[in-house]
Ligand binder design. Structure first.
Ligand code: FAD
Length: 469
């Protein structure tokens, strides 16, 4: 068993996790990031890439962006959150260009195209950035459970280091769940590690889920393949087997027509014949991975009709997840934050899928907020380059008093005191944090208790039926 002590533990290794880790480290916190896979290659974005809700801050453009999915989402989205996400995403994408040196392609007018990210390149750069910021990365180290202190406040997590074949435990002042959604059964590209662990961990400690009824979204993929880049199908015409147009079928607002046709046993075909020359060129530049499948199969998706299928993508495409209770992506449980697909995206998507642009923007924004960056935070003024890596704190130091409270540090912080935000004593004596947590007594949840106690000796399990560890 290896023990770590840190201010912030980020669980996950995708965009939400790496933005959270980066922003926390830039704010002066000690950060450990634990990924089930290899951070930079794991998760839904790394394997494929994403269109991003990147909209310049021009009032008309922003208004159109917000209005575009409101009706589809049943008017359940919140314009305040949409505006926050649009602002944050715009800043962070620009930061990717300046500080992350991401090679955005340029359009015919010479302007950079920042509405999409190639997953492998994006996540490779995010890994480099968090390592340079001093984040301790535990690859191939799935978290298996959260740890709480005697007050039920989340105080860290336990997991298993697969390559070292040993258990580990991280005592942390705050835990950010950025474990992605749950879509592994779909077979969609990059979802093999997305087994919904974050939702389970959150529920185990008493956090609420929200919008799970909107988690049945299906992505469109060429038949027999795993690439569900549904946004590009907005340029498609859908056809029946006999070549007639399938009336009403569309990627937005007509996916159920496709589903009904497929359920009859008939095949449905698509052709991206509504994309003009400039759109075709832009699509290839923005998402080359989308075309790999077609190139390998010898299909020109702009001129050939190809059979399509639908893959259920659970909470990766759907919008449900851990309920967010504050602008900083807090959950209902003190010490626990959620970001990316692990969190609900209802605030910006309502009851409609977040695929195609919103989910990627949410991963960036919520990740940044979960680690404490207020909206509108400019890119750090420190020029990109190697920074000193803080030496790891000795295990146990962060658990000096009741629970796993972070050691107080006097590091100058650009926006927020970590000791104020994450210090257990401060939070619990205020009453607010403690009272926000639903009770988790054995009497209310028969056969199960969340009485995992983090004492000065370290977190232990004390619930009935649980082995003491
Ligand atoms: C094929 C495809 C195409 C897509 N295209 C778009 C698009 O164009 N636009 C858009 O907005 N969205 C798109 N999406 C959705 C988008 O990819 C996700 O919204 C985004 O990846 C969410 O980021 P995330 O960091 O929350 O999760 P992920 O990127 O899925 O990362 C989850 C991370 O958590 C780790 N993890 C899981 N469980 C544990 C555990 N127990 N312990 C430690 N680590 C764990 C995983 O290893 C992984 O690193 C697409 C999805 C797919 C599948």
């Amino acid at each position: 068993m290896t023990e770590y002590a840190t201010d912030v533990l980020v669980v996950g290794g995708g965009p939400a996790a790496t933005w959270a880790a980066l922003k926390a480290a830039e704010a002066g916190a000690r950060v450990v990031l634990a990924d089930k896979g290899y951070c930079g290659t794991s998760g839904a974005t790394a394997a494929g890439g994403t269109g991003v809700w990147y909209v310049p801050p021009e009032p008309a453009a922003r208004e159109a962006a917000m209005a575009s999915r409101e009706g589809l989402g049943g008017y359940l989205a919140d314009r305040r959150w949409m505006a926050r996400v649009l602002d944050e995403t715009y800043d962070r994408m620009n930061e990717l260009a300046t500080h992350g040196r991401y090679p955005f392609p340029t359009g015919p007018d010479g302007q950079p195209l920042r509405g999409g990210l190639q997953g492998p390149e994006y996540m490779r750069r995010m890994r480099i950035r968090i390592r340079r910021a001093g984040v301790r990365v535990l690859d191939h180290s799935p978290v298996t459970e959260l740890l709480t202190d005697a007050d039920g406040i989340v105080a860290g997590a336990a997991g298993y280091r697969r390559q070292l074949r040993e258990s580990y435990r991280v005592r942390a002042g705050a835990v950010v769940l950025a474990t992605g959604g749950c879509a592994f059964l779909s077979g969609a590209l990059g979802t093999n590690t997305d087994t919904g662990d974050g939702a389970l961990f959150a529920a185990e400690v008493g956090a609420e889920l929200s919008g799970m009824e909107f988690s049945n979204a299906y992505g469109i993929a060429p038949e027999g393949t795993s690439v569900t880049k549904t946004a590009f199908y907005s340029f498609a015409t859908f056809y029946q087997e006999d070549g007639r147009v399938l009336e009403g079928a569309a990627s937005q607002g007509g996916r159920s027509v496709i589903a009904r046709e497929l359920l009859t046993g008939a095949r449905v075909y698509a052709r991206l014949d509504r994309a003009d020359e400039s759109a075709r060129a832009a699509m290839r530049l923005a998402q080359p991975n989308f075309f790999l499948t077609f190139d390998r199969l010898g299909i020109d998706p702009f001129t050939d009709r190809f059979a399509v299928t639908l893959l259920a993508e659970g909470t990766v495409r759907g919008t449900g997840g851990i309920r967010i209770t504050g602008d900083d992506c807090a959950t209902g449980v003190a010490g626990l934050y959620a970001a990316g697909d692990a969190a609900t995206r209802e605030e910006i998507c309502g009851g409609f899928t977040g695929g195609g642009s919103h989910n990627a923007a949410w991963a960036i924004s919520s990740g940044s907020w979960a680690a404490g960056a207020p909206p509108g935070t400019p890119a750090p003024s420190v020029p990109p380059g190697r920074r000193a890596v803080p030496s790891p704190a000795p295990a146990g130091r962060a658990c000096a008093r009741r629970g796993a409270r972070p050691a107080r540090r006097n590091t100058a912080r650009p926006w927020r005191s970590y000791s104020g935000r994450y210090c257990r004593t401060t939070r619990t004596t205020s009453g607010a944090a403690r009272s926000s947590r639903p009770p988790c007594a054995p009497s209310t949840r028969p056969g199960h208790s969340c009485a995992r106690v983090c004492t000065a000796k370290g977190p232990t399990w004390s619930g009935p039926g649980r082995r003491r560890r």
